[in-house]
Design a binder for this molecule. Structure first.
Ligand code: PLP
Length: 387
C-alpha cells in the first residue's frame, strides 16, 4: 500500500468511527456571541472564561505595545528577544501567584513539554494523573524518565507509585482544574508527598484554574490554601481566562533558573511578541481591578447548576465553569452537538483521544459574558437532546 493509500484508509477508519475532526471557522471575534461557519451562535465552547479575549483594555494594550515595540520579538529569549516587557510580566505573575520567580513560555503546551525533560533523566520517575492534559502526557514521551500514571485525583495511588520506586528524582504532575471534566486536583496531599522527600517536585498545570478559581483568581493551588513555593511549580496560561496568549511557569528562583538553562521549548523558540505580552499584563491587572468578571462567571455557573438540576440534565460533578455531559460513543456526542447547533449553540463534542474511550461528551464552558437567558435556553435544549 502506498503512503497516500494508507493515509486515506486511516482517514476512512476515523470517519467511520465518528472520530473525524474538522476546523470550525470563526467569522467574528472570540466571545459569547459568535458567527461560526456562517451561522450566528451562542458559544459555550470557549476558554475565554472572563470575556477578556475581545475586551477594550486588552486590545488597547496590544495596539499601544505594537506601536512602541513593534510586532515581532525578533529572537529567542536567550538571544535578544527578551524585552523589558517580558520581565515586567514575569514579575507581575510571580507576585500575583505568590512565587519567587516566573518565566514566560510561548504556549502552555511548550511549558508542559519542557518541564519534565528539564528536571528528569533516565533514572528518574514522572508520575501523573491519568486525565492530565495531552501536553503532560506527551512530555512523558519526551523526557527519558520512567513514566507512570495514577488514578484520577487519587493522591494515595500516586503515593503508592512513588514509594515503590527507586528513582533518583520524582516529578509528580497534575492539572489544577481538569480541562475536560471540571474536577480539581487534591493539592495538599500531593504537596505533602513532595515535601516529605527532597528528591520530589510537584508540577501543577493550572491552565484553566488560573484567573478563575481562588482569591482574585490566583488559581487552584490558592483555592486550596497552597502556593507555588518549595517543591511546587505552577504553570498557567495566558490563553484562557487571561484572554491573551502564551504561558508561564512560577516557583522558587532556583527552579525557574534551571528552566532558563535547560528548558528546550523555551530556549529554542522565538519569544512572545510585545503586543501579546502587553495584553497578558493588562489581563492580570483586570483580574484584580474587575473582580465582577469572576463574580459574574461564578454566578453563571450557579445558574447553570440550578437549572441543570431542575431539568434533570445529568452531568459530571463539577462546580467550576467546565461542565460535562457524557454521552459515551463519539457518534452520540456528535449528534448531541449537532442538535444544539441547530438550536443556535456551539457546544463542541469532545471525543477520544482527548477523553478516554466510552466517555465522549459535550464540554460546556461558561463565561462571565453569558446572559442568564442564554444559559437557561442552553439547559432547556440540553434536556431535549434525544437519548
Ligand atoms: C490543561 C491544559 N494545559 C495546557 C494547555 C496548553 O496551553 P496552550 O493553549 O497555551 O498551549 C491546555 C490547552 O490548550 C490545557 O487545557
Amino acid at each position: 500500500m502506498s503512503l497516500r493509500e494508507s493515509i486515506e484508509s486511516a482517514h476512512r477508519d476515523r470517519q467511520n468511527s465518528g472520530l473525524w475532526r474538522k476546523l470550525n471557522r470563526l467569522e467574528s471575534a472570540q466571545g459569547v456571541n459568535i458567527v461560526c461557519d456562517g451561522k450566528p451562535l451562542v458559544n459555550f465552547s470557549s476558554n475565554d472564561y472572563l470575556g477578556l479575549a475581545n475586551c477594550d483594555q486588552l486590545k488597547q494594550a496590544t495596539a499601544q505595545a505594537a506601536e512602541k515595540w513593534g510586532t515581532g520579538s525578533g529572537a529567542s529569549h536567550l538571544v535578544c528577544g527578551h524585552f523589558s516587557l517580558h520581565d515586567e510580566l514575569q514579575q507581575q505573575v510571580a507576585e500575583f501567584v505568590g512565587a519567587e520567580k516566573a518565566i514566560v513560555f510561548s504556549t502552555g503546551y511548550m511549558a508542559n513539554l519542557a518541564i519534565p525533560a528539564a528536571f528528569l533523566s533516565r533514572h528518574d520517575l514522572l508520575v501523573q494523573d491519568k486525565l492530565n492534559h495531552a501536553s503532560l502526557i506527551d512530555a512523558g514521551q519526551l523526557c527519558r524518565a520512567d513514566c507512570k500514571r495514577y488514578r484520577h485525583l487519587d493522591a494515595n495511588h500516586a503515593r503508592e507509585i512513588v514509594q515503590q520506586s527507586e528513582a533518583q528524582r520524582t516529578l509528580i504532575a497534575t492539572d489544577g482544574l481538569f480541562s475536560m471534566n471540571g474536577s480539581t486536583a487534591p493539592m495538599k496531599p500531593l504537596q505533602q508527598l513532595c515535601a516529605e522527600d527532597e528528591s520530589r517536585l510537584l508540577l501543577v498545570d493550572d491552565a484553566h484554574g488560573w484567573g478563575v478559581l481562588g482569591e482574585q483568581g490566583k488559581g487552584t493551588l490558592a483555592q486550596q490554601g497552597a502556593a507555588p513555593t518549595g517543591p511546587v511549580l505552577m504553570v498557567g496560561t495566558f490563553s484562557k481566562a487571561a484572554g491573551s496568549f502564551g504561558a508561564f511557569a512560577a516557583g522558587d528562583a532556583v527552579l525557574i533558573e534551571h528552566l532558563i538553562q535547560h528548558a528546550r521549548p523555551l530556549i529554542y523558540t522565538t519569544a512572545l511578541p510585545p503586543g501579546v505580552v502587553a495584553a497578558s499584563q493588562a489581563a492580570i491587572r483586570l483580574f484584580t481591578q474587575q473582580p465582577w468578571r469572576r463574580e459574574k462567571l461564578h454566578e453563571n455557573v450557579a445558574t447553570f447548576l440550578r437549572l441543570a438540576k431542575e431539568h434533570r440534565v445529568e452531568r459530571l460533578p463539577s462546580s467550576t465553569p467546565i461542565q460535562s455531559v457524557v454521552f459515551g460513543s463519539p457518534q452520540t456526542a456528535q449528534e448531541a452537538s449537532k442538535f444544539l447547533l441547530n438550536r443556535g449553540f456551539l457546544v463542541v463534542a469532545i471525543r477520544p483521544p482527548t477523553v478516554p474511550a466510552g466517555t465522549s461528551r459535550l464540554r460546556i464552558t461558561l463565561s462571565a459574558d453569558h446572559e442568564a437567558e442564554q444559559i437557561a435556553a442552553l439547559v432547556r435544549a440540553l434536556a431535549e437532546v434525544p437519548a
